[in-house]
Design a protein around this ligand. Structure first.
Ligand SMILES: Nc1ncnc2c1ncn2[C@@H]1O[C@H](COP(=O)(O)OP(=O)(O)OP(=O)(O)O)[C@@H](O)[C@H]1O
Length: 618
């Protein structure tokens, strides 16, 4: 087909085309997403799903690598680790010029009555160390709980040495438990849906077990919780359960804090000569961690337990002058602490028999102290000279829990080797963590794209909603218009414009109908405006698109033949120009242009489609 020199774009004019054989008619509607695009969307959804599955697998592998490295580190460092924290002086304490306690990073020395005793621990926190610094050292063991190990964090020490302060803290200086809860939810949010938690709180008081989260009887709401002496059961796999213990699902940090505060308030405390609110029991907070395998229904859920235990204060009963109930409470605490010491020592020495049954406390913690579990004991001591005897007792207890090595030289050598290996593993773990993070980011991006594509795909399938004053569905409208077209202008030939123009720029049948009416009107007006040649009429979005149709240009040119009309610059303002009253400003096309700014979600879907088409141009 030869190009026409009279035509500004070199395309043949409609009048010239009338003799050529009819070309297939293609009707396009801006509101209908064609089948090939839907298929493309479906394909990209499938691709993204595959990509996400691959990335999840990659994440799992890196995570396993990190997990392995952390486990090895904890094994090298010892599955039972002991930290020591020295409480700062309180206002009520009598300070001496020469303090009996001096500390290094892993060493604590107690001088008292001419004797000097030195103890080594995995970490020693001096008086000025903050709650945050303590938590940093506790964090790896929490990670291990999230990785599926049973973990036990125990605060041990003489009365009033800061066990409750370390575990619980204050509003300004939160302790390990609130920080751990926060950290768990932080980890859960970055891991997606795979981690959920539940919580229980109990108290071993005078040899019996109390539920601290039990519902209060409504008729005596002021009374303390009465559910006592719960049974401890061990299943064939060795997992320990407490019959009837209240277990609450904790969905977020705020809920977890609420339940924790409630449990704390139910705890048994009383005034002693050394502590106004002395804990007269062992308070056990258990977080059960459910790790659901990668969202797939077949993958089994791993369950691990994180115990955070504020032990009752060990005390020399004679020194505190306890009597009556306080004396009994003290005795009960001391008995169970001694049983705990025996269990830990037996585990440490890998003895065949571990005396778990000697106390309620050790029975409950049985599956979280033994094989595969990680134990962290935080031994608390007072800085005061008058407490030096008690301090030495506590440190001896902790030393018993820690490995006892005989040959000092061997110990030094071993220590160096261990440190080197730990350093290597830490590097390995860091790399795995970084890779995990990278993959996690990629998963997030892919998931975002997937959601977006799914949304577009489902929108493409949705039937469109039409304006109330639009009497017909798009199909009916299309049919009616097609029929009238065929009747009125059977010989009219259309050019295949869908290939030469971006699809969103092609006009709909309905709009072509309206357009030809407008064209007739405008052509008439154009004749009268020939002298001015250039109209300053502006179009709303959808109309300016329609008017770029070459058919319209051609017809304009046809009407003004020899005169040179700059059709490219024809801009028609429907709303402003009264001369364009021939254009129906209430038409569907105009309301469609309003969709662009609509806040109606149904309309937004249409707008979104429109936008996507715009992006096809880029
Ligand atoms: N690291 C610390 N920094 C500031 N204050 C502390 C610290 N440790 C303990 N205290 C303060 O010492 C007092 C006793 O602490 P806490 O009640 O925690 O001791 P405890 O070992 O739990 O005692 P008990 O066994 O009798 O329950 C509290 O007033 C607490 O605020």
């Amino acid at each position: 087909m030869e190009s026409n020199p009279d035509s500004p774009d070199g395309l043949p004019l409609i009048s010239e085309l009338s003799d050529s054989p009819p070309l297939p008619t293609i009707f396009t509607d801006v509101n209908v997403v064609p089948e090939h695009e839907k298929n493309q969307l479906l394909q990209s959804i499938l691709n993204l799903e595959g990509e996400i599955a691959d990335l999840r697998l990659k994440h799992k592998l890196w995570n396993e690598k990190r997990r392995e490295a952390l486990n090895k580190i904890l094994d090298i460092k010892g599955s039972i680790r002991v930290f020591c924290r020295v409480r700062p002086f309180l206002e009520i304490d009598r300070r001496r010029i020469r303090e009996p306690i001096s500390t290094g990073s892993e060493k604590i020395v107690v001088k008292s009555g001419g004797t000097r005793k030195e103890f080594e621990f995995d970490k020693v926190f001096a008086q000025e160390v903050s709650q945050g610094d303590v938590f940093v050292e506790v964090e790896p063991i929490l990670r291990s709980a999230l990785d599926g190990n049973n973990v036990c964090v125990l605060a041990y020490g003489q009365t009033s040495t800061g066990k409750t302060f370390t575990m619980d803290g204050t509003n300004e200086q939160p302790g390990i438990i609130p920080r751990a809860l926060k950290e768990l939810f932080h980890q859960a949010s970055s891991e997606g849906e795979s981690l959920t938690f539940s919580m229980s709180m109990s108290e071993v008081y005078m040899g019996s077990l109390k539920d601290l989260l039990a519902a209060r009887p409504t008729y005596r709401a002021y009374e303390p919780v009465t559910r006592c002496n719960l049974n401890i059961q061990t299943d064939p796999k060795g997992s320990v359960e407490i019959e009837g213990l209240t277990e609450v699902q904790i969905l977020d940090y705020a809920k977890a804090r609420w339940w924790y505060n409630r449990g704390r308030r139910a705890r048994s405390t009383s005034w002693t000569s050394v502590n106004e609110t002395s804990s007269r029991s062992h308070c056990l907070t258990r977080i059960t961690i459910f790790r659901h395998g990668n969202g797939s229904s077949e993958a089994k859920t791993e369950i691990s337990k994180l115990w955070m235990v504020d032990l009752g204060g060990s005390e020399r009963l004679l020194k505190t002058g306890a009597s009556g109930l306080t004396l009994d409470e003290g005795r009960a605490i001391n008995l169970s602490l001694s049983a705990l010491g025996d269990v830990i020592a037996a585990l440490r020495r890998k003895r065949g028999h571990v005396p778990y049954r000697n106390s309620k406390l050790t029975q409950i913690l049985k599956d979280s102290l033994g094989d595969g579990s990680k134990v962290l004991m935080l031994v608390h001591v007072s800085p005061c000279e008058e407490d030096a005897g008690e301090t030495i007792c506590s440190l001896c207890f902790a030393k018993r829990a820690r490995a006892v090595e005989s040959n000092r030289e061997q110990v030094e050598d071993l220590k160096k080797q261990k440190e080197k290996r730990v350093h290597e593993l830490e590097e390995c773990m860091r790399e795995a963590e970084e890779e995990c993070q990278k993959v996690k980011d990629q998963i997030q991006k892919a998931e975002f794209l997937l959601i977006e594509n799914k949304r577009l795909h489902s929108n493409a399938d949705q039937p469109l909603e039409y304006e109330e004053n639009s009497p017909e569905s798009p199909k009916q409208e299309l049919k009616a218009v097609t029929e009238t077209h065929h009747q009125s202008d059977q010989k009219a030939t259309r050019r295949i414009i869908s290939r030469s123009l971006p699809r969103f720029m092609t006009s709909t049948v309905a709009s072509r109908e309206r357009q030809s009416a407008s064209e007739r009107d405008i052509v008439g007006k154009a004749r009268s405006l020939r002298s001015t040649m250039r109209s300053s009429i502006q179009f709303t979005a959808s109309h300016s698109i329609s008017f770029s149709d070459r058919r319209f240009k051609a017809s304009l040119q046809n009407s003004s033949r020899k005169k040179h009309v700059e059709t490219d610059n024809v801009v028609v303002n429907m709303t402003e120009s009264p001369k364009c009253s021939g254009l129906d400003t209430k038409s569907t096309s105009l309301t469609r242009s309003k969709m662009v700014t609509s806040s109606d979600p149904n309309l937004r879907a249409k707008l979104c489609r429109h936008r996507r088409r715009m992006s096809d141009l880029i």
